[in-house]
Ligand binder design. Sequence first.
Ligand SMILES: Nc1ncnc2c1ncn2[C@@H]1O[C@H](COP(=O)(O)OP(=O)(O)O)[C@@H](O)[C@H]1O
Ligand SMILES: [Mg+2]
Length: 346
Amino acid sequence: MPSQSVKLSCKNIWKVFGGNAEKIMNETNSENLDETLKEQGCVVGVRQANIEIYEGEIFVIMGLSGSGKSTLVRLLSRLIEPTAGEIIFDGKNLLDATEEEMIEIRRHKMGMVFQHFALLPHLTVLGNVAFPLEVQGVSKVEREKQARQVIELVGLKGRENYYPSELSGGQQQRVGIARSLAVEPELWFLDEPFSALDPLIRREMQDEFLRLQNVLHKTITFITHDFDEAIRLADRIAIMKDGRVVQIGTAEELVLNPADAYVEEFTSHVSKAKVLTVGSVMAAPLNANDVAGHVSVKDLIADVAVKVEAADKPLAVLDANGEVVGSLSRDKVISVLVAGEGYAGD
Ligand SMILES: Nc1ncnc2c1ncn2[C@@H]1O[C@H](COP(=O)(O)OP(=O)(O)O)[C@@H](O)[C@H]1O
Ligand SMILES: [Mg+2]
């Protein structure tokens, strides 16, 4: 479970592309800002974004192509400079770091994976994964030892001496993942790492990724334009549109309370049973005689459906302490499964 301590955040961060963007932003009042930026040929990549990423969570940034996701993740790692705003990493303003300090931070504390990343074609899997450690100045024996461990972790044991051209797309992406993990980063950024893979391999990689996170507990920023991928992976999701972060929440919160029509559109095709918890649809507790068995308030409807449907009475709903907090009937589960609705209460 992720903690609630903030590992990385940004405050009112802007990225405006174009020559004198900063000057325009400083000199123009907010009503005329958009118009003036446009007149001057500037493009807004990220607009006044505020996010907080908790230690150990998978924070997914989701949005259509061009909505500003990659720009935001580059700002968070300070690969590009913000036009305005702050980035706070472990309580320190990242913008105060010198260029040398930033290189050190990126080398030692940040791991990055991109959709189209370059493996070094003349290096083997082992050489590619050990490369960031070589850059750090780690000895050959030590870096190869560490590289072998992460190669095993991502399921490529036995392929240490293959060259990238001898690997499938999915395997190459695993090498990229291993390489990004070699330095044991505190922050792990993944920008659409699975988007180029075909659906079956993609699902496999998602499972693999969740398995890795169960072992590693990294603080992760994961970008995708696919809401299904987002709900499979995310602890929390930020939805972006036109450079703005329009809503942040769990998949369930986004489905239950979409902030606007755009978020609703994204969530409308999602199987409700896979995001709604028992707690969001349960009714008042019943007498002990009127229930058969129990489920947890945090279970997903999809995961308890078979059990509830098989029971001849409603089930008791228990909280984390085993206290009865509600009841769940077959009719309710069926209404979620069939209509995809029925969660708004009785
Ligand atoms: N280097 C750049 N110069 C000018 N405009 C850019 C640059 N990088 C991104 N943009 C613009 O910023 C917006 C957001 O892009 P991006 O962050 O790549 O979106 P996403 O990753 O969500 O597809 C787009 O309108 C894009 O054209
Ligand atoms: Mg992108």
